[in-house]
Design a binder for this molecule. Structure first.
Ligand SMILES: C[S@@+](CC[C@H](N)C(=O)[O-])C[C@H]1O[C@@H](n2cnc3c(N)ncnc32)[C@H](O)[C@@H]1O
Length: 276
């Protein structure tokens, strides 16, 4: 929130947020993932409002959540932005709890600030059987009419499971998303050199997806960012440590009072604060 509040209104093109779900999960980084429901929703209202404020007109916000949370996030978002899609993503290997149906999807909410300024159609390969390699559907005899570039992406993503397998994770303990999830969101809603913001960096999937597709990116992670750095060290060794190619400071308010307050606090806290 400290970073978000310093960002200018209407300064980024896309927000992708995959927040902690308040399920008591151990993130192995000291994060306490269990507040009261009231406290959690009040906290969510704060960052969701700020994320919508920093979006440019027509910019997109994607929010990844369980259906139970998504319906609450949706009621907050409905006052701040325009609904586009509830994207359902198959979830495998779950179990039913209590008197409930077997949960089989996660939600990716997609809203824009007014009419979308960018909407790119994504095409996906025609699905085939992983055993025999043959196409699964017959398209009612109109297979030859299909676009050779593939099928139009729908709002039901059954070709990806939400989480990366443990052994491919950059950061143990964190529900790191498969790259394709933030990547599709970015490709749908932005053009090259647009700016993507992710408030919950985690293992850095959004940042990798943005970097791969020539989008500028910025984000926050409350705890360690060493896993994100590690990801970049392995995949983009030439970009790590370089100055960003866009004017990051342009995204922030230059509020002299605020800067002076920070300096005053720095001098009060002495050397250790300056070192930080
Ligand atoms: C579900 S993970 C995000 C995973 C990320 N999408 C990925 O694919 O790697 C949520 C992350 O939010 C971080 N987090 C929790 N509270 C935060 C806060 N107030 N500000 C920034 N990050 C926070 C947690 O440490 C955790 O790494």
């Amino acid at each position: 929130m400290a970073v978000l509040k310093q960002m200018k209104s209407a300064s980024v093109d896309c927000v992708f947020a995959d927040p902690p779900f308040n399920l008591g999960k151990d993130y192995r980084n000291g994060y306490h993932d269990k507040m009261s429901e009231f406290e959690y929703l009040r906290w969510c209202e704060g960052w969701i409002t700020e994320c919508c404020r920093i979006l440019k007109p027509g910019g997109a916000i994607f929010l990844y959540a369980t259906p139970e949370l998504a319906i609450k996030f949706g009621s907050l978002l409905n006052d701040l932005a325009t609904f586009r899609h509830w994207i359902a993503m198959t979830m495998k290997g779950t179990y039913s709890r209590g008197k409930k149906l077997y949960p089989a999807h996660y939600a990716l909410l997609y809203y824009t600030r007014g009419q979308p300024k960018t909407f790119n159609r994504i095409r996906v390969p025609v699905p085939t059987c992983r055993h025999c390699g043959k196409e699964i559907k017959d398209y009612g005899g109109h297979r030859d009419k299909l676009n050779p570039l593939g099928l139009n992406l729908t709002d039901f993503w059954e070709d990806t499971s939400p989480n990366r397998h443990q052994k491919f994770k950059v950061r143990p303990g964190v529900n790191e998303l498969k790259l394709v999830i933030p990547e599709r969101a970015i490709l749908i809603s932005t053009d090259e050199e647009d700016v993507v913001f992710d408030p919950f960096g985690g293992g850095g999937a959004t940042f990798q997806a943005a970097e791969l597709n020539n989008r500028f990116w910025i984000g926050t992670e409350l705890y360690d960012s060493k896993h994100i750095e590690q990801r970049f060290r392995e995949r983009f060794p030439f970009s790590l440590g370089k100055k960003p190619e866009f004017a990051v400071s342009e995204l922030f308010e230059h509020d002299e009072d605020h800067e002076n307050a920070l300096l005053r606090r720095g001098s009060r806290e002495g050397m250790s604060a300056r070192a930080r």
